[in-house]
Design a protein around this ligand. Structure first.
Ligand code: ATP
Ligand code: MG
Length: 429
C-alpha cells in the first residue's frame, strides 16, 4: 500500500478484536467514577497553542518538542491536545463553573497527541482517562483520587502488579527555596552532568531529578532533598494524605525524585508504576496544581487530578492475562432462516423478541446460505444458542432451539413462548 494510505506512525487503529477489552476497561472506570460522584466533561481535541504553552510550561518536553501544532486557515496557531488538564481548566473558567468556590469533580476520556518516538506503550495518538477536582484543597480529596484508583486496580485484578510512588513538591515558595539549593549543588558538579541535565539546570532544574542518565543519577544521591525544604502547610498536607492511605491499607513508597514532567504541580504528586510493561512503566500519574487556575487568568482555585494511559492499562490486562472470559462473547443467540418466507418470519420474530428482551444480543443471519453454512456461521459467532426457522417450523409457528456449547438436545419452541424461554437461559448483561 502506498505510504499516504497508511495510518500515521504511532497512531493506531483499535480493531474489533481489541475493542471489547477497551470497552470493558472504559466501562469499569466510568461506573466507578459515577459511584464516587465524578461527572464527565468533554472538551475539544484542538485548542489554541497558547493554552498549552501557558499551562504546561514553555520548557517542558511536551511544549518544547512533542506538540502537534499547525496553522489553520485563519492563521491561528492550533495544537492537538497533548493532555487534558489545560483544556479542562480553560473550560471551567470559560463557563464559570468553579467561581465562588464551587466544587467540581470532573473526568474526561479521549485521545491525546504527542510527537514521541513510538514504541511499546508509547504512541503519538494515545488515550487517557483523566480526573480533575477544583476547589477542594485538603489531603482528603488527594486521598480519594488514590483510593479510587486502588479500587480500580482491584476490580481489574492488577493490584499486585502496580506500586504507588508519592512525593510532595511543596508550595511554590518552598519549591523556590529548594530549587535554589538544588541549582547550587548541581552547579558545583556541572561538568559531570549529562548534556540534557546541563540544559535543564538552566531551564527547569527540578527536571534534572527525573534523569535516566546513570552518572547524573549517581551525583543526585547526595543532592538536597525536597522533604527538607517543605513548609509546614505542605508537610501537614502530606502527612494527612499518608494517614488516609494508611487507614485504607494502601501501600506506597516515597520517591523524593518524583517531580512529574509538567510545570504546574504543587504539594502532592504521585505515580502508579508497574514493572510488567518494560520501559513504559507509569500507568497513572497526577498531582495537585493549586496555582494553575490563577496562572491561567482565573481567581485562586485549588486543583488536583490525574490521568491514566488506556493503552498501557489494556496492555497490562493482556500481559497479565486478566481479560474476563465473558467479554469475548459478543453474541447470545444466532438466528438461521432458510428461504424467503422463513426469512421474513424470522425478521419479524426477532424484532418481537428484541422488544421483550432489549439486552439480548441476537444476531440474525444475513446473506442466506445452506443449512451447513449458516450453522457454521452460528458456531463461529460464539453464540450460545442457534435458532432455526425453515419451512416446517414456519408452518407450525415454532423455531428450532439448539444449544451450541455443551449439552442439550434441539427442541421446538412456539414463537409466542420464545422470548420467555430465552430469558431463562441467557444471562443478560
Ligand atoms: P512518560 O514519563 O511515560 O512519558 P508522562 O509523564 O509524559 O509519561 P503524563 O503526561 O503524566 O505522562 O500522562 C499520564 C499517563 O498517560 C502516563 O502515565 C501514561 O500512562 C500515559 N501516556 C503518556 N504519554 C503516553 C504516550 N505517548 N503513549 C501512551 N501513553 C502515554
Ligand atoms: Mg512523556
Amino acid at each position: 500500500m502506498s505510504k499516504s494510505l497508511q495510518a500515521i506512525r504511532g497512531m493506531n487503529d483499535i480493531l474489533p478484536e481489541q475493542t471489547p477489552l477497551w470497552r470493558y476497561f472504559e466501562g469499569t472506570v466510568a461506573r466507578l467514577l459515577d459511584n464516587y460522584g465524578y461527572r464527565q466533561i468533554r472538551m475539544p481535541i484542538v485548542e489554541f497553542t497558547e493554552l498549552f504553552k501557558r499551562s504546561i510550561g514553555e520548557v517542558t518536553d511536551i511544549v518544547e518538542k512533542e506538540m502537534y501544532t499547525f496553522e489553520d486557515r485563519n492563521g491561528d496557531s492550533l495544537t492537538l491536545r497533548p493532555e487534558g488538564t489545560a483544556a479542562c481548566v480553560r473550560a471551567v473558567l470559560e463557563h464559570g463553573i468553579t467561581g465562588g468556590g464551587q466544587v467540581q469533580k470532573l473526568w474526561y476520556i479521549g485521545p491525546m497527541f504527542r510527537h514521541e518516538r513510538p514504541q511499546k506503550g508509547r504512541y503519538r495518538q494515545f488515550h487517557q482517562i483523566g480526573l480533575e477536582v477544583f476547589n477542594l484543597d485538603g489531603p482528603d480529596i488527594d486521598a480519594e483520587l488514590i483510593v479510587l484508583t486502588w479500587r480500580l486496580w482491584g476490580e481489574l485484578g492488577i493490584r499486585d502488579a502496580v506500586k504507588l510512588e508519592l512525593n510532595s513538591l511543596g508550595t511554590s515558595e518552598s519549591r523556590g527555596r529548594y530549587r535554589e539549593a538544588l541549582v547550587e549543588f548541581l552547579s558545583a558538579h556541572l561538568d559531570k552532568l549529562d548534556e540534557d541535565s546541563q540544559r535543564r539546570l538552566k531551564t527547569n532544574p527540578l527536571r534534572v531529578l527525573d534523569t535516566k542518565n546513570a552518572d547524573t543519577q549517581a551525583i543526585l544521591v547526595d543532592a538536597p532533598k525536597m522533604a527538607d525544604y517543605l513548609d509546614d502547610e505542605s508537610r501537614a498536607h502530606f502527612e494527612g494524605l499518608k494517614a488516609r492511605l494508611d487507614a485504607v491499607g494502601i501501600p506506597y513508597v516515597i520517591n523524593p525524585k518524583l517531580v512529574r514532567g509538567l510545570d504546574y504541580y504543587s504539594k502532592t504528586v504521585f505515580e502508579w508504576v508497574t514493572d510488567k510493561l518494560g520501559a513504559q512503566g507509569t500507568v497513572c500519574a497526577g498531582g495537585r496544581y493549586d496555582g494553575l487556575v490563577e496562572q491561567m487568568g482565573g481567581k485562586p482555585t485549588s486543583g488536583v487530578g490525574f490521568a491514566m494511559g488506556i493503552e498501557r492499562l489494556v496492555l497490562m490486562l493482556e500481559t497479565l492475562d486478566k481479560i474476563p472470559q465473558e467479554i469475548a462473547r459478543q453474541v447470545d443467540v444466532y438466528l438461521c432462516a432458510f428461504g424467503e418466507a422463513a426469512e421474513l418470519a424470522a425478521l419479524a420474530l426477532s424484532e418481537r423478541v428484541r422488544d421483550q428482551l432489549p439486552n439480548l444480543r441476537l444476531q440474525i443471519n444475513a446473506g442466506g446460505g445452506s443449512f451447513k453454512s449458516q450453522f457454521k456461521k452460528a458456531d463461529k459467532s460464539g453464540a450460545l444458542y442457534a435458532l432455526i426457522l425453515g419451512d416446517d417450523e414456519l408452518a407450525q409457528q415454532v423455531v428450532g432451539f439448539k444449544p451450541l456449547r455443551g449439552q442439550g438436545e434441539q427442541q421446538s419452541i412456539a414463537w409466542d413462548a420464545l422470548a420467555a424461554h430465552l430469558a431463562t437461559c441467557v444471562v443478560q448483561g
